[in-house]
Design a protein around this ligand. Structure first.
Ligand code: BMP
Length: 212
């Protein structure tokens, strides 16, 4: 993805038709579109290729299995047209390496979750986030996912991962601020409901863009 607006649309709608229409009208405001289980399970894997014809797609499958299964999941996502995939770090280095290798074979990007943006992430993820960020670097991931709801954690994760890309969800509906996340070191903001759920999605995207 090209860094232009620094915004990634989280397209968690459950109708393929609505997803395509939103993707087309919102394309000018977003550098990439993140799609995951809500849309893929509702509309089928073919939706990845359709959205990818409009914008680069990051497949948010939070891949979290043994190495062989991880490889098969990543290969399916890339074959379907995704140019990036999101994986969890907690299954360990071998599992994450399988995702990294699949991404490299396909000229695609791997993003590794460090600490999630919701309150529950404080229980298991936050205490391990620094180790997960180091693991992302070790396997050669393109970047990590870090929480816009806790900008101080973005700053800490940035100090561990160097120049790698930080994509950051939690803005709007989850209470985080795009400006604060970018200032803390995020490269891209991931945003969903406060855009696609707005009465005027284009207007909401325009306002978010001018706020940063
Ligand atoms: P929203 O702006 O509607 O809260 O959407 C955020 C998106 O980012 C959702 O797709 C969610 O699954 C994802 N996400 C997140 O909110 N926090 C994380 O830590 C990791 C995510 O992938």
């Amino acid at each position: 993805m090209k860094k232009e607006t620094r915004l990634i649309l989280a397209l968690d709608v459950t109708s393929g038709e609505r997803a395509l229409s939103l993707a087309a009208s919102l394309r000018p405001y977003f550098d990439a579109i993140k799609i995951g289980y809500p849309l893929i399970l509702a509309a089928g894997l073919g939706v990845v290729k359709e959205i990818a014809s409009i914008a680069p797609v990051i497949a948010d499958l939070k891949v979290a299995d043994i190495p062989n299964t991880n490889r098969l999941i990543c290969q399916a996502a890339f074959k379907a047209g995704a140019s990036g995939v999101i994986a969890q770090a907690f299954p360990g280095k071998d599992s994450l390496l399988a995702c990294a290798e699949s991404a490299a074979e396909n000229g695609a990007d791997l993003y590794v979750v460090t600490e999630m943006s919701h309150p529950g992430a404080e229980l298991f993820m936050a205490p391990q986030a620094e180790r997960m960020a180091r693991l992302a670097v070790e396997v050669g991931a393109a970047g990590v996912v870090a929480p816009a709801t806790r900008p101080e954690r973005i700053r800490l994760i940035r100090s561990i991962i160097g120049e790698r890309t930080i994509i950051s969800p939690g803005v709007g509906a989850q209470g985080g601020s795009a400006g604060a996340a970018l200032q803390a070191g995020a490269d891209y903001i991931i945003v969903g409901r406060s855009i696609y759920g707005a009465e005027d999605p284009e207007g909401a995207a325009e306002r978010l863009l001018s706020s940063i």
